[in-house]
Each structure stands twice: as structure tokens, then as C-alpha cells.
Write a protein that binds this ligand. Structure first.
Ligand SMILES: Nc1ncnc2c1ncn2[C@@H]1O[C@H](COP(=O)(O)OP(=O)(O)OP(=O)(O)O)[C@@H](O)[C@H]1O
Ligand SMILES: [Mg+2]
Length: 640
């Protein structure tokens, strides 16, 4: 399994995959749903390459016909030669037509394949993200996670759409061109090979220099993008504190750094094109010169080498061969430069694919709970499990939650909860109070198993929650999280999120319990009003009311309200309280509140400090003890 730190490290602009072949093999496995299209595409590549090479090769007989026509000054064979010439031209045209058609087909097939592959890849990546534990999201910023879907997935798409096709065409054509060149003139090809190696070496040198600069550019770009994202999210704070000028100045520094490194990286990359071009021109000129020397001086060479045992006459080439050969040189150098260019893109995209695969390989949230929830015929619900003797037993779902000596730390170092023990019977309301950072939210995070305890145990109806199937456990819990989140959709959709099969009437009833009905009815389109961007068109308190309605609609057995009423005015809160009393009837409720009026009527109040329960009892008892609760109640906190 990949470690999170690996992934973060790789995101700092790595350009090459660690395991080239494994990544390719895994990517290829995505083609299994479009295998036929892929096979047809490969056939197209072969036909395309063969057609264009043979068409190029036909220059040789064409020139020969032309030469003999020129020699035939009397024009005795003119008809015969014209006919030959026409046939050759028709063949050549037909071959180029086949080439064009197969090229078109190839691109269509590859586009289709890529679309299928990308859809599957995105689904796999997204699904895995949904399955990752909450702890994963604690250690990754949104920007970082988004870059998998934008940068990496985009790079893979580009590669599959263009680079792979181009690379395959270029390689197939290059092979054909090499065969054609060798068959035309092996000595000339040898010269081409020597000069070609020289060009490749020079290109490699430049590419390695520009590669290093490119890494710097990626880092600077990530920094600039991260800053933009953060400042957009915090735009209101920036404005409220008049920090616009400072933010602009900081941005300028980063942007200038990016300009600097980008110029350096791109200068090298951009001179590569002209250098390659000029080298290929020089290369062309040199081969032409040597070829012409061979052609013109074929006889001379033969004379000069009379004493040698090697038959130098083979080195000489005919004019028609030379012309054909020269046309292949162009193709040869084009193909080589295409291959080297595409190869770089492919490496870059494979590095992205590797990052994506590493994320997909991350351990998902484990759910090895064997205890499941079952609804009996009479509508009551029971936990079904196998006892020690292997017999199937059922335990009625009641909603009794107990924490026994629970210890917990988020990072394995700093203890956030220590020896927390508490009992909540069915229908009881347990409140947590304590200063900020005391560990109140953490307790609820453990009850719904966003995290697992380090020591001790939490039981639900007497069953260790780690042995309960997570979906079933969470299905019986109703949560109003400390930071409410509303999704893009109507108010009704957002309430129904608590129970997807709830009827409109159930949602409205839940909104009434949460006392949200009044304000929703006054929205422009009532329950059908669209909410955007986490409910930005609502007030904080209104968002919380919807969140309470969402928890209420599922009629959970255990209700957890984390600061559920913190942004609601005290008058509305009183109204909710009466509704909530109805909602809480027969349920186990955990409430976390800074406002003591909310917790006053709880059966038991736990006062937390630095992760420990320092006082417990009901409101009257705690007041009598004159401890921390008494201080909180009489001093630091609002009374209402
Ligand atoms: N995801 C996390 N990763 C690491 N540490 C965390 C995480 N969430 C909370 N903590 C730490 O755990 C401690 C308890 O946090 P918790 O959220 O439980 O406090 P709280 O009592 O709910 O506070 P508040 O009243 O402000 O909501 C804090 O010191 C906090 O820094
Ligand atoms: Mg909290």
C-alpha cells in the first residue's frame, strides 16, 4: 500500500514514473472494455505506415520512368512511358488515400477508447476517494486532491489521445523507413545513422537540462496556484482586515519567481526546436552532398579503389535512388524527433498515472464488522451476530452507548482523550461541555467511527462498535456536525439527504420539528429553493436548522448534535427545544453546546478538560459541587 507521504512527495513535480512497465501494464488493463477498438487501431497503424512508406518508395520507379522518357529523345516509347507513369501515379495516389483513411479511422478509434478508459479511471479514482478514511482528508488539502483530477488525469488523457497514437505511428513508420533506406542504399544509411546518433545525443543533453528547470517551474506553479486558491477561500477575511494590498504584494513575489523559472525552463525547451531543425537541415545537406558525390563519382570511386579488395562500386548510387533516399531522410528525422518528443510527454503522463494509481492503492476505510442490523417483520430492529459458541443470536436495537476507559490520539503522540468512561441509556440526554479543544467533538467522532479508539472500548447495546458493520452503525446515528455542509440542490433535497427514501411530507415534518419550516416557507421558492456553494444564500443559523431537520428525518436511535444551535438566536432555540424534545423522545442524545441553556435539562452533563471528564452529574448536582461547571455557568458563559 502506498504511504501518504509518498504521494505528497510525488506531487512536487516528479516527471518520471518509478516503475515504467508496471504503470503501463496497469493502464493497459483499462483497455479491456474496448479491446476490439484497440486491435483495429493497431491494424490501422500498420496499414497507415505501410501505405505511406510504399507510396514514398514509388518515387524510385517514377523517377526511373521519367529518366528513360528524357533519354528517349525521339519519343518512340512515349505512349508506353506515359501509361506506366499514369499507373504509377494512380497507385501512389491510392496508397496515400488508404493512408489518409486509416489515419482518420485510427484517430476516431483512439478517441473512443480514450473516452472509455478515462471514464473508468475517473470513476475508480473518485470511488476510492469516497472510501478513504476521514483521517486521509485531515492530511490533504483540497487543492492537492483536486490536482489528481485536473493535472494528473488531464496528462493521462492527453497521452492516450495523442502521444500514444503518435508514438505508435512514428515507431511503425520509422521501422518502415529504415527498411526502405537500407534496401535503397546501405552505405548511405550508415552515414545517416552516424549523423542521427549525433543529433539524438545533443537533444538528450538539452532535454536533461530543461527537465531540471521544468521541475522548478512545476514547484513555483503549484505555489502560485495554492496561494490563489487559499486567497479565494479566505476572500472575506482578506477584505475584512484590509489585507488586499499585502496579498497582492505577496502574490507578486511568487508570480515573479514563477516568471523567472518558467523563462529559464522554456528558453531551453524552446531553443530545442530550432536546434533540432537546423541540425536536421545540416544533416540533410551532408547526406545529400555525400550521396551526390557517390552518384556522380560512382565511377571515380571504382577507379580509385581498383587496388582494394572491397568492391567500391556498390557504394555508388543512381540518381533515382538518391532522390527517393533523400525523401526518406526527411521522414526519418521527423519520425525520430516525434518519437523523442512524444516519449517525454508519455513519461510525464505516466508519472501522473503512477500518482493516481498510488492513491487508488491506498487502504480504504476498513469495515470488518460482522454484526449487522436487521429489520424484523414487526418493524423492530435487531443486531444479528454469531456468539462465542457459533450460534446466531439477536440483540434488540435500543441505543445504549457506553464508553469504557477510552484513550485516543489523532497523531499517535498527543493524547486527546484519556480514560473517558460514560454510560448513556436509551432515551437519555448526555451533554458535553468544556472549553474549546477539550475533546468534545472527538468523542462523537469515535462514536460514529470516523476514527477508532486507541485503547478501551465503545459499546453500542453492549456490542463493541468495532465489530458492527459501519454502514449499519452509522445508519442508526443521526448527526449534526459542528461544521454543517449543505450540497448544491434544493432545500428539500438537502433535508432528504438524511434518509433518501423519505417522502416530501416526512421532510416537511422534520423541518417543522427543527423549527426550520417557518423560514423555508418564506424563501422565494420554499422547499424548492436551490442552494449553492454550501448554502451561501442562507444565514449560518438557517443552515444549522436545515442540518437539524436532515438529522431528524431519519428518526435515528442515537442523535448527536455538535454545537447544533450555536448560531441560532435564543428565541428560536427555545422553539426548537420544544420540537427537539419531541425529536429526542425515546432516543439517546448527545449534545455539545457552549450555551449552557441548551444543556441544562440533560440527564447527565460531562465537563471535559484536556480530554478528561473532570465533573459529571445533572445540572443541579454540578451547581452544588461548585466546580468547573459552576464557574462556567455563573461566569464565563452566556446565561439565558
Ligand atoms: N483532525 C484532527 N487531527 C489532529 N488533531 C485534531 C483533529 N481534530 C481535533 N484535533 C485536536 O484534538 C483536540 C480536541 O479537539 P475537539 O475538536 O474534540 O475539541 P472540541 O472540544 O470539540 O472543541 P470546540 O469546542 O472548539 O469544538 C484539539 O486539541 C485539536 O487540536
Ligand atoms: Mg468541537
Amino acid at each position: 500500500m502506498a504511504k501518504q507521504s509518498d504521494i505528497i512527495a510525488n506531487h512536487k513535480g516528479q516527471r518520471r514514473p518509478d516503475n515504467f512497465f508496471r504503470t503501463i501494464a496497469r493502464l493497459l488493463s483499462y483497455y479491456k472494455n474496448c479491446m476490439w477498438a484497440l486491435i483495429c487501431a493497431i491494424l490501422c497503424i500498420l496499414v497507415y505506415s505501410a501505405a505511406t512508406i510504399i507510396a514514398g518508395y514509388m518515387l524510385d520507379p517514377l523517377v526511373k520512368v521519367l529518366e528513360s522518357a528524357l533519354e528517349d529523345k525521339a519519343g518512340i516509347h512515349i505512349d508506353e512511358q506515359t501509361a506506366k507513369y499514369t499507373v504509377l501515379l494512380i497507385y501512389m495516389g491510392a496508397l496515400y488515400l488508404v493512408g489518409a483513411l486509416t489515419n482518420f479511422g485510427l484517430n476516431r478509434l483512439m478517441l473512443q477508447c480514450t473516452a472509455v478508459v478515462m471514464a473508468k479511471l475517473r470513476t475508480d479514482l473518485f470511488d476510492r476517494m469516497q472510501e478513504l478514511p476521514v483521517a486521509f482528508f485531515d492530511s490533504h488539502t483540497h487543492g492537492e486532491l483536486m490536482s489528481y483530477f485536473t493535472n494528473d488525469v488531464d496528462a493521462i488523457r492527453e497521452m492516450l489521445n495523442h502521444s500514444v497514437t503518435q508514438l505508435l505511428i512514428s515507431t511503425a513508420s520509422l521501422t518502415g523507413v529504415i527498411i526502405a533506406m537500407i534496401s535503397l542504399s546501405a552505405p548511405l544509411f550508415l552515414i545517416v545513422l552516424v549523423l542521427g546518433t549525433l543529433v539524438v545525443l545533443i537533444t538528450k543533453f538539452i532535454a536533461s537540462r530543461s527537465g531540471r528547470n521544468y521541475v522548478h517551474q512545476q514547484k513555483a506553479l503549484a505555489q502560485v496556484n495554492g496561494y490563489i486558491e487559499e486567497m479565494m477561500e479566505g476572500q472575506r477575511v482578506v477584505k475584512a482586515f484590509n489585507h488586499e494590498k499585502k496579498v497582492m504584494a505577496d502574490f507578486d513575489v511568487m508570480n515573479e519567481e514563477l516568471r523567472h523559472v518558467a523563462t529559464r525552463a522554456n528558453t531551453l525547451a524552446s531553443i530545442m526546436g530550432p536546434i533540432m531543425n537546423n541540425l536536421s537541415h545540416i544533416f540533410y545537406a551532408l547526406t545529400t552532398t555525400i550521396g551526390v558525390l557517390f552518384a556522380v563519382n560512382g565511377e571515380l570511386i571504382t577507379k580509385l579503389s581498383r587496388n582494394s579488395s572491397f568492391d567500391w562500386s556498390k557504394v555508388g548510387v543512381e540518381g533515382a535512388v538518391l532522390i527517393t533516399f533523400l525523401s526518406f531522410i526527411r521522414q526519418f528525422s521527423n519520425r525520430v524527433s516525434e518519437i523523442s518528443q512524444q516519449f517525454n510527454y508519455i513519461l510525464l503522463a505516466l508519472a501522473g498515472a503512477e500518482r493516481v494509481f498510488k492513491l487508488m492503492d491506498m487502504e480504504p476505510e476498513i469495515d470488518d464488522g460482522a454484526v449487522t442490523l436487521e429489520t424484523l417483520e414487526d418493524g423492530s430492529r435487531v443486531w444479528r451476530m454469531i456468539d462465542k459458541d457459533g450460534n446466531e443470536v439477536t440483540v434488540p436495537l435500543v441505543g445504549k452507548v457506553e464508553l469504557h476507559d477510552v484513550d485516543f490520539s489523532y497523531d499517535g503522540e498527543k493524547k486527546v482523550l484519556e480514560d473517558v468512561t460514560l454510560y448513556a441509556k436509551k432515551g437519555q440526554k448526555i451533554a458535553f461541555v468544556g472549553s474549546t479543544g477539550a475533546g468534545k467533538t472527538t468523542i462523537t467522532n469515535l462514536i460514529n467511527r470516523f476514527y477508532d479508539v486507541n485503547d478501551g472500548e465503545i459499546t453500542y447495546d453492549g456490542i463493541d462498535i468495532r465489530s458492527i458493520k459501519k454502514d449499519d452503525l452509522r445508519g442508526t446515528l443521526g448527526m449534526v456536525l459542528q461544521d454543517t455542509h449543505l450540497f448544491t440542490g434544493t432545500v428539500m433535497d438537502n433535508i432528504r439527504y438524511g434518509k433518501l427514501d423519505a417522502a416530501d411530507e416526512d421532510c416537511i415534518a422534520a423541518a417543522k420539528v427543527a423549527n426550520a419550516h417557518y423560514f423555508i416557507s418564506h424563501l422565494p421558492e420554499g422547499y424548492n429553493t436551490m442552494l449553492y456553494a454550501d448554502g451561501a444564500n442562507l444565514s449560518q443559523g438557517q443552515r444549522q436548522l436545515i442540518a437539524i431537520a436532515r438529522a431528524a428525518v431519519a428518526s435515528p436511535v442515537v442523535l448527536i448534535l455538535d454545537e447544533a444551535t450555536s448560531s441560532i438566536d435564543t428565541r428560536t432555540e427555545k422553539l426548537i427545544e420544544s420540537g427537539m424534545d419531541k425529536l429526542m423522545e425515546g432516543r439517546t442524545v448527545f449534545v455539545i453546546a457552549h450555551r449552557l441553556s441548551t444543556v441544562r435539562n440533560s440527564n447527565a452533563i460531562m465537563v471535559l478538560e484536556h480530554g478528561k471528564i473532570i465533573e459529571r452529574g445533572d445540572h443541579a448536582e454540578l451547581l452544588r459541587q461548585q466546580g468547573k461547571y459552576y464557574q462556567l455557568y455563573t461566569g464565563a458563559f452566556e446565561l439565558s
